[in-house]
Write a protein that binds this ligand. Structure first.
Ligand SMILES: N#Cc1c(N)n[nH]c1N1CCCC1
Length: 326
């Protein structure tokens, strides 16, 4: 059967979105993350100093997967590791009866202090599962055969709850046409190539941009040249070493950012590119578009996603991404 689960902003800036997932009978607040493939949770295996304020998964030795371990490090340096259990996981009415649940024995402080997050729910390809000695399947891979269509569709929203639909496309959630592009699965992510960009009402620059769709990433991270071209159109924008990226006066009216995907223009409203005030000066704001650095692939995180309906399809053929405007 199909299913829908809501995704609610963690804070006033949509830093992350959390969904309520039933893991072995306990409701956990988890980030559905298309940028990773591990389903891990805070657990009873951790010292209580690490889990205070979090919902925890009660690790039952009778459900333990013998000899299996996992360890994951995210782009922001946060990390977690632990053991593996097989248990029932329910998402939006869909059940995986023997889902690999990665129970943490240790979680980094960055994640411990985020009391609203009890775990991460990976939706990238199972090929990048961190579990050793044998990789395990994501929830999506486990339930896919039971879905009407082998896909899930993401509707994140600006300062409002959105949804993840599994198994069906909801026509009420988008306008216009869906544009599909093929996915390159060699790195186990939802990776695709955009073919150009434009800033505000300016002309389109034709250039290939390799990118991944990543619901677990807050911002839109792009190549340096593209980011420079964007902020060249933002009065008083500057790179702040202390803030770690481009900042500008919060009163600025930002230009839209358009990226060409599958020949279609995908517009990110300028308003969505004003991410949040800096901690040091509330009249200075941190940009939602930032340099990705030299990791070779751009990261289309929530700043991009929150105006789109993005279909992640992985059937018998080449996986595809579908893009439509909300
Ligand atoms: N950084 C980062 C990141 C990402 N690109 N996807 N998911 C992430 N995290 C989940 C928990 C902490 C960070």
């Amino acid at each position: 059967p199909n299913g829908t689960v809501s995704a609610t902003p963690l804070d006033a800036y949509d830093t992350e979105y959390v969904s309520q997932i039933d893991v072995g009978g306990t409701t956990m607040n988890m980030v559905l993350d298309t940028g990773s493939a591990d389903l891990w949770v805070f657990s009873s295996l951790q010292p209580s100093s690490q889990t205070s304020g979090h919902n925890i998964y009660k690790a039952d030795s009778s459900k333990k997967v013998s000899g299996a371990t996992w360890e994951i490090v995210y782009g922001d340096g946060s990390e977690a590791s632990g053991a593996v259990y097989s248990d029932k996981v329910v998402v939006g009415g869909m059940t995986a009866t023997s889902q690999a649940v990665e129970a943490a024995t240790s979680v980094s402080s960055q994640l411990q202090v985020e009391k609203a997050i009890d775990g991460i729910f990976g939706l990238a390809f199972s090929s990048i599962s961190s579990v050793e000695p044998n990789k395990v399947k994501t929830f999506f891979d486990n339930v896919k055969p039971s879905l009407a269509f082998p896909l899930f569709a993401v509707t994140l929203k600006y300062h409002a709850p959105g949804t993840y639909d599994f198994g069906f496309i909801d026509k009420s959630k988008y306008t216009g046409n869906i544009t599909y592009v093929d996915v390159n699965t060699t790195q186990g992510a939802w990776e695709f190539t955009a073919s150009g960009y434009a800033v505000g009402s300016g002309s389109t620059t034709t250039t290939n941009i390799n990118a991944v769709i990543d619901t677990g990433a807050t911002l839109l991270y792009l190549p340096t040249a593209v980011v420079k071209a964007y902020y060249a159109k933002v009065p008083k924008a500057q790179v702040s070493r202390t803030e770690g990226g481009y900042i500008f006066p919060c009163s600025t009216t930002l230009p839209d950012f358009t990226v060409i995907i599958g020949g279609s223009k995908q517009v990110v409203p300028g308003k969505y590119i004003n991410y949040a005030p800096t901690k040091t000066d509330p009249t200075t704001c941190f940009g939602g578009i930032q340099k990705v650095g030299d990791i070779g692939v751009s990261i289309f995180g929530d700043i991009f996603l929150k105006s789109k309906y993005v279909i992640h399809e992985a059937g018998s053929g080449t996986p595809r991404l579908g893009f439509a405007q909300q």
